[in-house]
Design a protein around this ligand. Structure first.
Ligand SMILES: NC(=O)c1ccc[n+]([C@@H]2O[C@H](COP(=O)([O-])OP(=O)(O)OC[C@H]3O[C@@H](n4cnc5c(N)ncnc54)[C@H](OP(=O)(O)O)[C@@H]3O)[C@@H](O)[C@H]2O)c1
Length: 328
């Protein structure tokens, strides 16, 4: 029998801005809707999306969040925790189950999640690793489905030391592809250790100078123009522009529009995907963590009281792997 407190600590922001707008505060513990579970949060991982939502940029995110200030003041979606309570119509989960997946407002001691957006944490996997694998692991999995790769294929992962890149390198290498990663000098060894066969250190060499041609280019950074990267694909290769950051082609929306146009009108092989969670794929990630084919490259673990520092670390765009907030 658990005794759920009426209030909890959460990291909140009442204005849009950089990570320093975030601070801990006390709010009521949320009540689950009919198909929700209430989780006692054990770990939450942050992603660039959390940075965009904290900033309220691009401005289009404010249409859903609130024009002048955020209505939902708690960020975070990747979560691992223990089921504390279940909604009236929940059939899959019971109090005490340990689950991970997509929650809502997870930078807090308690958070809600739809019952079908979480799956069980396998024995031997930590809350931190499970949370860290959610959005970035799913994005890597879904991106690699746009152009499945295997033995004989060459894959270029730009941003190979980041959240998505570190998972994509491992998955593509495990599938038998030859993987080239792009990162800065300090991360070269980490990317090789993940299974990359070669690394391009972008601080001393431009990826655009490579003579190699790739069957899949998974670009998580948007530092180079799509047109230039397209030239590095094989005749059947696909370019996957995945970054949400602004770059030389404009913001994410402009990039997606250009990609769709180039694909439809010019028949260029540019893949666009939007990754969203489902239990089957969360289970697939859990299996990979269990059999050891996937490991989490962990950048830093913070405590909830340092949630703002965790957000700042992700906002730096130089995290080496995942940034996780552990909740005691
Ligand atoms: N399509 C979707 O559904 C979907 C889902 C989730 C996220 N996304 C987008 O995917 C992007 C990547 O997310 P993420 O979680 O992987 O980001 P992240 O973890 O914050 O990426 C950080 C990494 O980027 C690397 N990096 C920075 N500048 C670089 C450059 N010029 N060249 C190569 N690497 C560079 C850094 O390596 P160094 O420190 O070595 O520079 C660092 O390790 C985001 O923009 C996000 O919005 C898309």
């Amino acid at each position: 029998m658990t005794h759920t407190p009426a209030t909890m600590t959460a990291v909140m922001h009442h204005h849009y801005g950089e990570a320093d707008v975030l601070s801990p505060g006390t709010v009521p513990v949320p009540t689950p809707g009919p198909r929700d579970v209430l989780l006692r949060v054990k770990a939450t991982a942050l992603n660039p999306a959390d940075v965009f939502l904290t900033r309220g940029k691009p401005a289009v995110v404010r249409l859903g969040l609130g024009l002048r200030r955020p209505r939902q003041t708690i960020r975070g979606s990747d979560v691992a925790g223990i089921v504390e309570a279940v909604g009236a119509d929940v059939t899959q989960w019971r109090v005490g189950d340990e689950v991970f997946g997509e929650g809502r407002a997870t930078l807090a001691e308690y958070a809600l999640a739809a019952e079908d957006k979480v799956t069980r944490i396998p024995a031997g996997i930590t809350f931190e690793a499970a949370a860290a694998t959610t959005m970035a692991g799913l994005a890597a999995l879904h991106g690699l489905r746009v152009r499945p790769v295997g033995p004989g294929d060459k894959v270029l992962v730009i941003g190979a030391s980041g959240g998505i890149g570190s998972f994509a390198v491992q998955m593509a290498a495990a599938a038998g592809a030859t993987v080239t990663g792009v990162c800065s000098s300090g991360n070269v060894q980490a990317v090789l250790d993940l299974g990359a066969h070669r690394v391009i250190d972008y601080t001393s060499e431009s990826v655009l100078d490579t003579e190699e041609r790739f069957d899949l280019i998974f670009d998580n950074v948007a530092a180079d123009r799509m047109l230039a990267l397209e030239k590095l694909t094989t005749a059947t290769g696909v370019l996957l522009p995945n970054s949400g950051e602004p770059g030389p082609d404009g913001g994410a929306l402009a990039r997606v529009t250009k990609a769709a146009w180039r694909g439809k009108v010019l028949r260029k092989r540019i893949g666009v995907f939007y990754s969203s969670p489902n239990q089957q794929d969360l289970r697939a990630l859990a299996d990979m963590l269990t059999d050891g084919s996937l490991t989490v490259l962990m950048d830093t673990m913070f405590t909830l009281s340092h949630g703002a520092d965790a957000m700042q670390r992700v906002a730096s765009r130089h995290a080496r792997g995942k940034v996780v907030v552990s909740v005691p």
